[in-house]
Design a protein around this ligand. Structure first.
Ligand code: MG
Length: 376
């Protein structure tokens, strides 16, 4: 009997570009599973990511503006949704695999620690102090979450939670895309940067940059740390004067420039203007300006303090003592995973719990934020 999944797989073969990733030809999962009747393997991966706890925690993780109270700032979750939307638009227009693109986009930032890049930098430094060979990168952590830290509780196979190996057992193509989404501060055309093997992974890589450049400008204007007139005029003239014009220019350019070729790239003119805006943001918002910001320093202090605290009192991580038998290297990894999984507000509440003398009200706050066993 032909299943809905069979029909979708046939549709992919007939309709998608010859260089698109086809779900039926996936390199597969680390542990083979019976295929789903309704969904392709990439659709199934997308759903596993969406239903993970790490995905839900993105709503309380910083994008750029730390722990914002005002509701209109982007969080790591809304950033992820914007990346997903832009990725899907590009993938569909280029007849690439939209489901694979969506799965990679939804998972790409799962490993971000609390407090955005301030948190990432502080966690990396704290971790290295206890293990000189280690280090923290959010994209490695995203992969670690889907391969090790999340657990499946449903699907085919055994029903006992303990019977599942750790991780979401995602397809190779999704994991490859997650591992290669990050560009750091490099320009889009940087030929030394590692690329994803699939074009779908490269769609997410470029859509991530399109999303953050544009929404971070929007949020910086909202916060009053950037004025419209101070944006570099030559790049704005090339890309458009409004948020939506700039996204449309970048997306349309990629689609027209890459159509009918096995690539996902901007034209030189638009790539130069996009890279120019990126550099402007790095200089004025992300690093150079942020370092002078006391919220940035406070966030880093919270991460450093929590790291030292849990190294000293591992039983405080989740109220059990199963970390006590770990050696120092293993313990520093467990502490790094624990802190990386925290939301901004969980990190702040943990700092208050461990470092500020508590009255009963303080204890209530941390109970309301989350239970510790939801973190790892
Ligand atoms: Mg991102």
């Amino acid at each position: 009997m032909t299943t809905p999944r069979d029909r979708q797989e046939r549709w992919e073969q007939e309709y998608l570009a010859e260089w698109a990733a086809k779900s039926a030809l996936s390199n597969g999962r680390a542990l083979p599973e019976n295929p789903d009747i309704v969904r392709t393997d990439f659709q199934r991966d997308r759903d596993r990511i969406l239903h993970s706890k790490a995905f839900r925690r993105l709503k309380h993780k910083t994008q750029v503006f730390i722990n914002p109270i005002e509701d209109h700032y982007r969080t790591r979750l809304t950033h992820t949704l914007e990346v997903s939307q832009i990725s899907r638009t590009i993938a569909r227009a280029l007849r690439l695999n939209e489901d694979l693109t969506e799965a990679i986009a939804l998972a790409h930032d799962l490993g971000h620690p609390p407090f955005g890049h301030a948190g990432e930098e502080a966690l990396d430094a704290a971790y290295r102090r206890y293990d000189s060979e280690a280090g923290f990168k959010h994209y490695d952590q995203s992969l670690r979450i889907v391969e090790m830290l999340e657990h499946r509780t449903g699907d085919s196979g055994p029903t006992e939670l303990d019977a599942y190996p750790p991780g979401l057992n995602l397809t190779w193509e999704v994991r490859d895309g997650i591992a290669h989404h990050s560009k750091g501060r490099a320009d889009l055309g940087d030929t030394h940067a590692l690329r994803a093997t699939t074009l779908e992974g490269n769609v997410v890589r470029i859509a991530d940059r399109i999303a953050y450049i544009n929404h971070d400008i929007d949020d910086a204007l909202r916060a009053g740390i950037l004025r419209l007139e101070s944006l570099p005029k030559n790049f704005i003239k090339t890309l458009g004067s409004t948020h939506s014009e700039r996204i449309a220019t970048m997306v349309t350019d990629i689609v027209y420039h890459s159509e009918n070729h096995p690539m996902v790239e901007m034209s030189e003119t638009i790539a130069l203007a996009t890279d120019g805006l990126k550099e402007f943001l790095f200089e004025n918002i992300y690093w150079d300006a942020a370092r002078g910001n006391q919220e940035f320093r406070k966030a880093q202090h919270v991460i450093e303090a929590l790291f030292s605290f849990y190294m000293k009192f591992p039983d405080m991580m989740n109220g059990t003592n199963h970390h006590l038998h770990l050696n120092s290297k293993q313990l520093s990894l467990a502490v790094c995973d624990f802190i990386a999984g925290m939301t901004d507000r969980y990190a702040v509440a943990s700092f208050e719990k461990h470092f500020i003398p508590q009255n009963m009200r303080g204890i209530d706050i941390i109970r309301n934020v989350a239970t510790t066993d939801e973190i790892i």
